[in-house]
Design a binder for this molecule. Structure first.
Ligand code: GLN
Length: 499
């Protein structure tokens, strides 16, 4: 039998990327297909009066925010269980299986089983998502300058999956020949491909992602693992109820954040090295700012999906195009195209010694976000009397928002792995995504606030209402970006040698 690779051998790779990164890239690509496919159809399925859940636009927005919030909130829990009991590999396997089950259940009868299936997707993603990103971090030695590029590539994988998922599932779901079942079924199928890919390649990860309890006897370890699996399955009815009733979602969100902060403080105090403590606090500041970023950015699955459905022309340049396909895919497409280019720009700046540090990059991310929302607002000046406006301008806003994302999101993943001590890697990655949960949650509230209160509002009124909201978001994003840039020297001190 071939010997297992050691961590040293893995981290001593030659060239730009370790080969294991490509495997993780593929696995995450399929998982994101599944996730973004589901996300792409979520709001329109819930608002569909014939074959969906017949929710009002406002309720669909709120529920969208709630579901997304739960998905990302569970990453925090999934991260902790990976650190303490399962290890990243087993978390990933369990998460993938539960996600597959969730999508198959919805596919059987979307109207009947939607909430049950989505509950499983939530639990599954929680165990999957943070832990695959943490494994990418483990491929690199501390201080290896190739780490950011690795996360950049991994981020392209995320977006290839998101692009395909968004396009295929929205197409299948909204097509008269197929329908919602096919959308969810396709998500399940690709997740199976992701799982099989992982099973075939996981040996190459050597000790990365193994159980943290290898010092225990195997019966004790297995007992704890089973307790985690059973505990997750027992929580199904609880999550099910909380999603069905968005009031409970509110209570959940009021509780999980403060609990996470208390737990973070507890672990930070437990940390013996003062230098490590400071790094954890710096990581926390990044996490806090990312909440605001995602709250605005995630309008894409909520209010922007409805805006795209109601208020946009169906033509891009000279092509006929469904605006919701643009809404769901242009961002990913732009990430795939521009992520490598931006990587080259950073590299050129490093050579000239003018590369902005991570904190400034975050600030710049917010400035792009502000510009993008100003453009979303500006679409109103291209609208006809029918309340429909230019898909071209809308697409330009997506181009700009993508640059914002690239300054913040892949760099955020990388910086989490640089600033976290090994024993807390899963938890910190989970916290990074928990910030997305709050972003999603706030995003849903913002979207609901922006939707016109009148169910029978004309398209013109809807347009005015959403674009007014986008202008507000542009202003807040600008303020956040400026604050980040102003406080950057302070955060850099906390980060010490980490760039
Ligand atoms: N688009 C990225 C992903 O799916 C980031 C999502 C997030 O953190 N909100 O991984």
């Amino acid at each position: 039998m071939e010997n297992e690779l050691t961590l040293e051998q893995i981290q001593d790779f030659k060239g730009k990327y370790p080969k294991q990164l490509w495997y993780l890239f593929l696995v995450e690509m399929w998982e994101r297909f599944c996730f973004y496919g589901m996300r792409g159809v979520l709001t329109i399925f819930m608002a569909d009066k014939m074959l969906g859940l017949s929710l009002s636009d406002k309720d669909a927005n709120l529920k969208y925010g709630a579901i997304q919030a739960f998905v990302y909130a569970f990453t925090f829990i999934g991260g902790i269980f990976a650190d303490k009991i399962l290890g990243f590999k087993k978390s990933l396997l369990f998460g993938a299986l539960v996600m597959i089950a969730g999508n198959i259940i919805i596919a059987v009868s979307p109207q009947q089983f939607f909430y049950l299936g989505i509950t499983l997707s939530i639990i599954g993603t929680g165990f999957f998502k943070p832990n695959i990103s943490s494994m990418v971090g483990d491929l690199y030695k501390e201080g290896d300058p190739r780490r950011d590029a690795g996360f950049g590539l991994f981020y392209s994988g995320i977006n290839i999956g998101a692009l395909l998922g968004g396009a295929v599932c929205v197409y299948l779901g909204t097509s008269k020949d197929y329908g919602w079942s096919y959308a969810f079924l396709s998500a399940a199928i690709v997740m199976i491909i992701g799982l099989v890919t992982f099973l075939f390649t996981k040996k190459s990860l050597g000790p990365i992602g193994n159980s943290p309890l290898l010092n225990l006897s195997s019966s004790k370890r297995t007992a704890r693992e089973i307790a985690v699996y059973v505990g997750s399955l027992i929580s199904i009815p609880l999550i099910f109820i909380m999603i069905k009733n968005t009031d409970y979602t509110d209570y959940f969100m009021y509780t999980i954040g403060p609990l996470a902060i208390l737990y973070f403080l507890y672990e930070t105090m437990k940390e013996k090295e003062i230098a490590a403590k400071k790094k954890l606090i710096a990581a926390f500041v990044f996490i806090l700012f990312s909440i605001a970023f995602w709250a605005f950015f995630e309008q894409s699955g909520g209010s922007l999906a409805l805006f795209a459905q109601d208020n946009l022309h169906h033509s891009l340049l000279t092509f006929k195009m469904n605006p919701n396909i643009i809404n769901n895919t242009s961002n990913s497409l732009f990430v795939i195209i521009f992520s490598p280019l931006l990587g080259l720009v950073w590299l050129a700046m490093i050579k000239r010694k003018i590369e902005p540090n991570t904190v400034i990059k975050f600030g710049i991310g917010f400035l792009f976000l502000a510009a993008a929302f100003y453009i979303f607002y500006y679409t109103r000046f291209f609208a006809g009397a029918d309340g429909k406006t230019s898909l071209n301008i809308f697409t330009i806003a997506y181009l700009v928002i993508t640059f914002g994302e690239l300054c913040l999101s892949p760099i955020g993943l990388s910086i989490m792995t640089k600033l976290s001590p090994k024993r807390l890697a899963g938890m910190m990655m989970g916290m990074w995504f928990l910030a997305s949960a709050y972003g999603q949650y706030a995003g849903g509230l913002l979207g609901a606030g922006m939707s016109s209160p009148n169910e029978n509002a004309s398209l013109m009124e809807k347009l005015q209402s959403y674009t007014d909201g986008y202008k507000q978001l542009a202003i807040y994003a600008l303020i956040a970006g400026l604050i980040m840039i102003v406080i950057s020297p302070l955060i850099r001190k906390l980060m010490q040698e980490v760039k």
